[in-house]
Design a protein around this ligand. Structure first.
Ligand code: ADP
Ligand code: MG
Length: 208
């Protein structure tokens, strides 16, 4: 399996639609342990991405991801904007110049995205952030590739691991971001950023 720029743009559109559909849900999650804007941030950011990439004939996938990241950084006010923005920009740098990408590229992109988020936000796994969805997804991708699973099964493993990671965020105390102000009281609540990350993995799996 390999995918082209047109398909990547199509996936960004679908992510924008999913963020719009889940706006209230993400906002409610954030209202419980943050300031209640995560759904608004994500839908606003990805609508801007959708608008930016509309009728874009770009074939360099690195360039598409760079535009996506830069649009997120400049359109999202919350902490999630620069973090997701960095993730997409770093992923794009991994595949700059490529017009087709495969599952091995996806693993490298995901690793670069995760490293970028960690560097930018200074968070680690179990701090109750988006990292708790993304790191398990990356590990699942690496394992699935090693086991020579089909690309479809690799992407399924990523989505499943991300969703399990989201469920686990309910069990732990927030140590980064606004939710960390609540300390122990953040237990029992699911992290909004991990939830939006898992939604993105769900879309990637469904669309490919
Ligand atoms: P804000 O917290 O500024 O209101 P959002 O509500 O859009 O921004 O995003 C909150 C999400 O951002 C959290 O649920 C968490 O997943 C993620 N997040 C916050 N701080 C960090 C960090 N330092 N590293 C990684 N993710 C973070
Ligand atoms: Mg918020």
């Amino acid at each position: 399996m390999s995918i082209n720029g047109h398909k990547v743009i199509n996936i960004m559109d679908k992510i924008a639609d999913a963020m719009e559909e889940n706006k209230l849900y993400l906002t409610e999650l954030d209202a419980a342990i943050g300031d209640g804007d995560h759904g608004l941030n994500m839908s606003k950011g990805f609508q801007a991405v959708k608008e930016k990439l509309k009728e874009d004939e770009e074939t360099n996938i690195g360039e598409i991801l760079k535009k996506t990241g830069m649009t997120l950084v400049s359109n999202v006010g919350g902490a999630s904007g620069p973090l997701y923005g960095t993730a997409f920009m770093k992923a794009g740098m991994e595949v700059n110049g490529k017009e087709e990408i495969n599952i091995a590229d996806f693993e490298r992109m995901l690793k670069a995205a995760l490293d970028g988020i960690k560097l930018r936000g200074k968070a680690e796994r179990n701090d109750k952030t988006m990292i708790d969805a993304i790191e398990p997804a990356l590990n699942a991708v690496s394992n699935a590739i090693r086991q020579e699973l089909s690309p479809k099964d690799v992407l399924k493993a990523a989505a499943d691991a991300a969703n399990e990671g989201v469920a686990f965020t309910k069990e732990i105390v927030a140590r980064k971001g606004r939710a960390s102000y609540l300390g122990e009281r953040s237990i029992g609540h699911q992290d909004p950023g991990a939830t939006s990350s898992a939604l993105i993995f769900d879309i990637i799996y469904k669309e490919l």
